[in-house]
Design a protein around this ligand. Structure first.
Ligand code: TRP
Length: 332
């Protein structure tokens, strides 16, 4: 039996190159070796986005983008959180063993309270409990998430432990997992930090960007008038351009510009033109495939229905065991 992996994707915003190299590539690799459950966390998005006008579209788009990036619904179970009501039942039961104090101490909660003091709802407070239910419903062993989710994962382990201690052994304690891709940095184009959806839109490349927009963004990346002598020290914003190039260009291309830099005859305009073309070559097929999938509603509906069926059959086994262990199995 393959080990079980669960991960959730929030349907807020378009996916960018940071998501691609950080998370999606891990998922694509994991679907070959593990029993994977990847889902779109539409309930979670309600904790911060009560307006649901665009939710359906966002869910379909995020599914399309992930499939275009290589997730295969025949290999991994791809589903939408809200199609698996067993998760809600487990969430409710786990809430009985989650303490107000520990929930209030969660870093992401405190952050959201600061950003939106007018919408501190109970769902926001219990966000980590819902995430624990997502993971424990399939009794997952691994969760491919980044550092920012480590505290949530630790809370999941605590809830699992508490349950096991009170009602008997049922849940493995899930661990974070990735293939070391966390080290793959995708720097933003303005020389500050990483690509991210909340920061400067012009400094982040999205999988949905048109060819011209990609070119425009890359050409605006920060450079200077070039090194003043051979083997100069490389400023970090130039290192960033090399880093981006190493992700999408031929090794020999990157090496040529590295040599040019060391010989102090690099032309940043040429380098950015090359990077722009290689970026277009990389992103365009994913974008086009994603657009095709997004437009094919009957295919998407099939993926969602098939995912729900598989996810629910796994979830049902867990929830039946939980009811049994709590003495709640009245009807057999
Ligand atoms: N909290 C995660 C995020 O913000 C999304 C998420 C929800 C998740 N449920 C999950 C991730 C379960 C992994 C497992 O990105």
């Amino acid at each position: 039996m393959k080990e079980i992996v669960v991960s959730g994707i929030r349907p807020t915003g378009f996916l960018h190159l940071g998501n691609y190299f950080g998370a999606m590539r891990n998922y694509v690799r994991m679907q070959e070796a593990y029993d994977c459950y990847f889902f779109v966390a539409d309930w979670h998005s309600l904790t911060t986005h009560p307006d649901t006008k665009e939710l359906r579209d966002s869910v379909q788009r995020v599914l399309a983008e992930n499939i275009a990036a290589g997730l295969d619904p025949e290999k991994a179970c791809l589903y939408v959180q809200s199609t698996v009501p067993e998760i809600a039942e487990l969430y409710m039961l786990l809430n009985m063993m989650a303490y107000k104090g520990e929930l209030e101490k969660t870093v992401t909660f405190k952050e959201k309270v600061r950003q939106h003091p007018e919408n501190v709802n109970a769902g926001l407070l219990t966000y980590p409990v819902l995430m624990a239910a997502d993971i424990l419903i399939h009794r997952a062993k691994y969760v491919p998430v980044g550092k920012d989710q480590e505290q949530h994962l630790e809370m999941t382990r605590n809830f699992a432990q508490r349950f096991n201690h009170r009602y008997g052994d049922l849940f493995p304690e899930p661990a974070a997992f990735n293939y070391g891709n966390e080290l793959v940095k995708v720097p933003s184009l303005d020389g500050t930090g990483k690509m991210s959806k909340s920061e400067n839109q012009m400094a982040t490349l999205y999988l949905a960007d048109s060819d011209d927009l990609i070119r425009k963004k890359v050409m605006k990346a920060k450079t200077d008038s070039g090194p003043t002598g051979p083997n100069s020290e490389m400023p970090d914003y130039i290192q960033n351009i090399f880093q981006l190039m190493s992700l999408v260009s031929e090794e020999s291309t990157t090496q040529k510009f590295r040599d040019d830099f060391n010989n102090a005859n690099i032309r940043y305009g040429d380098m950015k033109k090359q990077l722009a073309e290689d970026m277009v070559r990389f992103i365009a097929p994913i974008r086009e495939q994603s657009e095709r999938i997004y437009a094919d509603k009957s295919y998407l509906n099939n993926v969602i229905a098939q995912g729900a069926e598989k996810a629910r059959s796994s979830a049902r086994q867990t929830i039946e065991a939980v009811r049994e262990m709590l003495g709640l199995a009245y009807i057999r």
